[in-house]
Design a protein around this ligand. Structure first.
Ligand code: NOJ
Length: 554
């Protein structure tokens, strides 16, 4: 066993971590130069976003060669050095495997275009309907139709994402064989961790029938279909399942708890854990991403309750996270970017780090980074938000409003270069970076390490996960479920009388809660708190200060 519950995983977006050769783009030698920083945090594994050969239409999620490092990021020798140096400090490597689609620059697609029958069968190629309309009415997740013309032929190819990301047909066993070969190649290089991009959309209903036009119904035609579980079992057996130390995570788009249990219950031999995104949609108005609305705290609580408790009951395993390269900063969405920036960053961290699952920290989260303050759409790069900006205006929304929405939701928010110091390019590069930092004078690593409290708080949370069995292995049960301001849960082990109680105040006002009877009149030892806090004798009520996080053992 690899003690999944004791691990903490750090995510690095290589393009934005550190630029060692001053071309404005982060790179692998840059990461090597910053290993002391990672060591200080004491994480167990690093998930790297893709750095394989790619034309970068979707920042590396459009892979043109799965076996080579893109020269923008370095060389294979740099990668090998990085793996070896990380091993010295006991940190594992998790690679990002993007197999739902490949770049249209990939030789498979190019050979298919040239008419090679073998490779034509790698993709979903279909002719227009007899009336000349597209093969079906599915929408790309990045806007517009999911079909694009296949060269000069009568065919179209399916792309659930950008037109330069052609969906691979997993029904073809040759495709799956190629995929396992890629995983095994990286395993031979000492890689034990794999993140599988949108893996639950790889089992499309082969008939590719029209949807009713309802987006949820449309997704059901290609999401979480039974065959995905079969594919995962096969992949597990043919590759990482041969390694008892492997750690895998599937990125699950619009998934369900029942499926997630199956994906991650060890008896199923599929994956170690899942990323689900339901808790990050609580600030979507009517389920629509491209809207701007305050977050719904009660919905957030209800989702955490359901996912935490039911995954526990079904012996599934969650990845715990607030941030990643596809999300605006959690601190800007659920916390306070003003006077309570530090307290709210720590509260958010406590909320998920003490839950049941494996926590992920996205680079910069540990110093409390927030969304950049751009004033023009030209400052953004991401294809998804550029498309959304146009589509919103086509729907009649004013340019200003469309910009406000994009500003609050763009994926570029978190892709901004890491703030190492307060200088013009945030100590990331000495030339203009690919994406500009804006608030590095307020928030940066140098200042944080000198006199901030967030980094240190994260170190303590990581230490707790490494050492406290209630956190790494305990069950979970939520309480104070109807409280409008506090998210609270208990962690417990079947064979131990002591419990961990965790309280998180999500707002900038103090708030008093009435404790469940079972917890009243008990001596409690403070395990972690983001305020100065002595051990307490619990009474009937407990008052939490603004954005206070408190974990106690009774
Ligand atoms: C999910 C990745 O996290 C995202 O960045 C990417 O655009 C899509 N999958 C498509 O690969």
């Amino acid at each position: 066993m690899n003690n999944l519950g004791q691990k903490v995983i750090y995510q690095i977006y290589p393009k934005s971590f550190y630029d060692s050769n001053n071309d404005g783009i982060g790179d692998l030698p840059g990461i090597i130069q910053k290993l002391d920083y990672i060591k200080k945090l004491n994480v167990d594994m690093i998930w790297f976003n893709p750095f394989f050969v790619s034309p970068q239409h979707d920042n590396g999620y459009d892979i043109a060669n799965y076996y080579e490092i893109d020269s923008r990021f370095g060389t294979m020798a740099d990668f090998e050095e990085l793996v070896a140096k990380l091993k010295e400090i006991n940190v594992g490597v998790m690679l990002d495997m993007v197999f739902n689609h490949c770049s249209t620059d990939h030789e498979w697609f190019q050979k298919a275009l040239a008419g090679d029958e073998k490779y034509r069968k790698f993709f979903y190629l279909r002719k227009a309907k007899p009336d000349g309309s597209l093969p079906n009415n599915w929408q790309s997740k990045f806007g517009g139709s999911a079909w694009a013309k296949f060269g000069d032929t009568d065919y179209y190819y399916l792309h659930l994402y950008d037109p330069t990301q052609a969906d691979l047909d997993w029904h073809n066993p040759e495709v799956r064989k190629e995929i396992y070969r890629v995983i095994n190649f990286w395993r031979q290089k000492g890689v034990h961790g794999f993140r599988f991009d949108v893996i639950n959309v790889t089992g499309k209903d082969e008939r590719l029938i029209d949807s009713t036009g309802d987006i949820a119904q449309e997704k059901s035609l290609y999401t979480d279909t039974p065959i995905v579980h079969q594919y995962l079992k096969e992949m597990n057996q043919a590759s990482f399942g041969q390694d008892p130390n492997s750690i895998t995570v599937g990125e699950m788009s619009s998934t369900t708890i029942a499926n997630s249990i199956k994906y991650s219950n060890p008896n199923e031999h599929e994956l170690s854990m899942v990323f689900n995104f339901h808790h990050l949609k609580v600030d979507y108005q009517n389920g629509e991403k491209w809207t701007k609305a305050p977050f719904d705290f009660m919905k957030l609580k209800q989702l955490f309750t359901q996912w935490q408790e039911e995954m526990d009951q079904g012996a599934g395993w969650n990845a715990l996270f607030w941030n990643n390269h596809d999300q605006p900063w959690a601190l800007s969405r659920f916390g306070d970017t003003g006077i309570y920036r530090e307290k709210s960053a720590e509260m958010l961290a406590t909320t998920i780090h003490l839950m049941r699952g494996t926590p992920y920290i996205y680079m910069g989260e540990e110093i409390g980074m927030i969304d950049p303050d751009y004033s023009s759409i030209d400052s953004y790069i991401d294809v998804e938000c550029k498309n959304a900006f146009k589509e919103l205006q086509q729907k009649g929304i004013s340019e200003k409003q469309a910009f406000d929405i994009v500003k609050s939701k763009s994926r570029d928010n978190s892709r901004v270069p890491m703030h190492w110091d307060s200088s013009q390019y945030a100590g990331f590069s000495s030339v203009t970076p690919w994406l500009m930092p804006t608030d590095q004078d307020q928030i940066n690593v140098k200042d944080e390490l000198a006199h901030g409290e967030i980094f240190n708080y994260y170190q303590n949370l990581i230490k707790l996960r490494h050492n406290e069995e209630l956190i790494s292995d305990g069950h979970i049960r939520m309480f104070l479920k109807d409280d409008p301001q506090v998210l609270a849960y208990e962690r417990f082990l079947d064979d131990q009388p002591s419990k961990l109680l965790v309280f998180n105040n999500f707002y900038g006002q103090s708030h008093t809660v009435t404790l469940p009877k079972a917890f009243q009149k008990q001596a409690a030892q403070v395990v972690i708190s983001n305020y100065d806090q002595q051990d307490i004798n619990l009474q009937e009520t407990l008052t939490l200060r603004p954005y206070e996080a408190l974990a106690i053992k009774i």
